[in-house]
Design a protein around this ligand. Structure first.
Ligand SMILES: Cc1cc2nc3c(=O)[nH]c(=O)nc-3n(C[C@H](O)[C@H](O)[C@H](O)COP(=O)(O)O)c2cc1C
Length: 194
């Protein structure tokens, strides 16, 4: 069982990083092989809609996204973590998501498995926002769910914490980090018991 974590915040060791680390620790405690990719350390250009992927389902832009396509193909579970930036996912996360348009082409135009192989995949979304307002996470959730649908990743749940603005504020939450650890364990356990 391979669990891929994607850290979408540009703030290192911030709130989503802390939550993601606990999810991954929980998954590892159940024997999963875990790997976390930090988007802000990578070079991922936004999709230019060049249509270079239309015939092949392969993006022509040779940057760090090529490594992420490989990691996604190898993953059984995906944990996507991004704080809310202007009501959506971060720019780093959105650039990565938009580059999955090549995988949309594979699936809907070329009628191929979007991730090259068919296996049961599940994914979680982890997010925080500084404000406490209704529907804070709805735009980001819509984006993430649309990505998971395109990639044939079953949406397995979310960890969403509003009112977390300062770096490390999540550590003051009564049980957020514990919830994250348990969610990571369950992400792996559920499959073992199936
Ligand atoms: C560019 C930017 C935009 C933001 N936009 C929002 C927003 O629309 N709504 C909100 O609740 N918080 C917003 N925030 C606050 C962050 O979501 C908050 O500080 C969060 O804890 C950051 O998570 P991190 O520590 O994982 O980076 C924004 C922060 C930045 C830097």
């Amino acid at each position: 069982m391979r669990v891929l974590g994607i850290a979408g915040s540009p703030r290192r060791r911030g709130n989503t990083d802390l939550l993601l680390a606990e999810v991954m620790r929980g998954a590892a405690s159940q024997g999963a092989e875990v790997k976390t990719i930090v988007l802000s350390q990578l070079n991922i250009a936004p999709c230019q809609h060049c249509d270079g992927c239309l015939e092949t389902g392969r993006c022509k832009v040779e940057d760090d996204m090529q490594m992420i396509y490989d990691e996604l193909e190898q993953a059984d579970r995906l944990v996507l973590a991004s704080p809310v930036h202007f009501m959506g996912v971060t720019a780093q996360t959105k650039a990565m998501i938009d580059r999955c348009q090549a995988l949309w082409v594979r699936k809907y135009r070329l009628k191929l498995p979007p991730l090259g192989n068919e296996r049961e995949r599940k994914g979680l979304f982890v997010s925080v926002g500084g404000m406490k307002i209704a529907n804070l996470f709805q735009p980001a959730l819509a984006t993430v769910k649309s990505l998971f649908k395109v990639l044939d990743i079953a949406y397995a749940g979310e960890l969403l914490f509003p009112g977390m603005d300062e770096k490390g504020a999540i550590k003051g939450h009564p049980d957020a980090l514990k919830q994250a650890f348990i969610t990571g364990q369950r992400l792996v356990e559920e499959t073992l018991s199936e």
